[in-house]
Design a protein around this ligand. Structure first.
Ligand SMILES: [Zn+2]
Length: 312
């Protein structure tokens, strides 16, 4: 049984690219849309539905990565979760055992815009022993800013970048996001109520939001540069994310996506600012790049209000 399944997987892998190449448009097949998947808030993000553990969530995510052939996926860690939720210990080891890297999201998800730089630096450094242990000899010095807060003043923004540079970090920018985190709490509530219809509607709205954000980022990139930059997609390691992950990854692949590593995506010249200290003028998001050129920033409509009302 196990061996048969393994063979089906091998065959599927061999055949899938051929099928994809013949069914996709010629332009899409020639120039895939490069997307680096990144997952924040490991090892414990948002609410769990009844009967689902943090280990289950990680296992489902990792199985989906494997089946979709994503290659390495960075998980951004807040070490404090292991103290708050001892059941989440083991998630980081699973992630590493599956061949995926880990990086820094600060120890306690501290918001740079509402905390002093020294406190924020201490929180960043406090997370390092855990990362060193799991990533011995490998590249974990990537920082994903909690709340994507890069400092509320230009001075603090630059000071934080200098500090990160001094600690050897590069910044993992975000150029694609659909607010995936916002589906996890309503999902847990709807599962408590056993409302299967509501869960199905959550799945549909999640996949629609992901497709809308793919189109949105591509439209901005086309307007700005006349090409697709390599995108860095922000996701979260939540129970609902894990539930929908196989379908989500298929949606991206059906739309011409090729998953690449964070390192590969950040080699795109759009991200040059992520490696510099004096970067206040250089945009790190597509929206800011639009503003810098004096272009109107279109709105990406996401159903947050509706999600917040569901299964109350
Ligand atoms: Zn986060």
């Amino acid at each position: 049984m196990g061996i048969e399944r393994a063979w089906v997987r091998v065959l599927t892998r061999c055949i899938a690219p051929l099928v994809a190449a013949t069914t996709m448009g010629a332009a899409q097949a020639a120039t895939p849309v490069k997307i680096a998947l990144t997952f924040d808030d490991l090892p414990a993000h948002s609410a769990l539905p009844p009967g689902v553990s943090r280990i289950d969530v990680a296992g489902r995510l990792l199985a989906a990565f494997h089946d979709a052939g994503t290659g390495p996926v960075y998980g951004f860690v807040n070490g404090v979760h292991e103290e708050r939720e001892p059941d989440s210990v083991g998630v980081l080891s699973l992630w590493r055992a599956a061949g995926h890297p880990l990086a820094n999201h600060t120890w306690s998800h501290l918001d740079l815009n509402t905390h002093g730089l020294a406190d924020w630096e201490a929180d960043l450094v406090r997370n390092e022993a855990l990362l060193q242990r799991h990533m011995a000899g490998q590249d974990w010095r990537w920082l994903r800013y909690p709340f994507l807060s890069e400092g509320e003043t230009p001075e603090k923004h630059v000071a934080a970048r200098k500090l990160l540079k001094a600690h050897g970090y590069r910044i993992a920018s975000v150029t694609m996001s659909f607010g995936d985190y916002a589906w996890n709490e309503p999902h847990a509530r709807c599962m408590v109520k056993g409302d299967a219809a509501a869960v199905a509607s959550l799945e549909a709205s999640y996949l629609k939001a992901a497709k809308d954000s793919l189109d949105y980022s591509r439209r901005l990139s086309a307007t700005l540069y006349g090409r697709d930059i390599a995108y860095v997609l922000l996701m979260h390691a939540g129970a609902f994310d894990a539930r929908v992950m196989p379908r989500l990854l298929k949606m991206y692949q059906d739309n011409g996506a090729k998953f690449v590593s964070l390192e590969e995506a950040e080699r795109d010249k759009f991200y040059a600012a992520d490696f510099k200290t004096q970067a206040t003028e250089a945009p790190t998001t597509l929206e800011n790049a639009m503003k810098a050129k004096g272009l109107p920033v279109p709105k990406l409509d996401l159903p947050f209000a509706e999600l917040d009302r569901m299964c109350r």
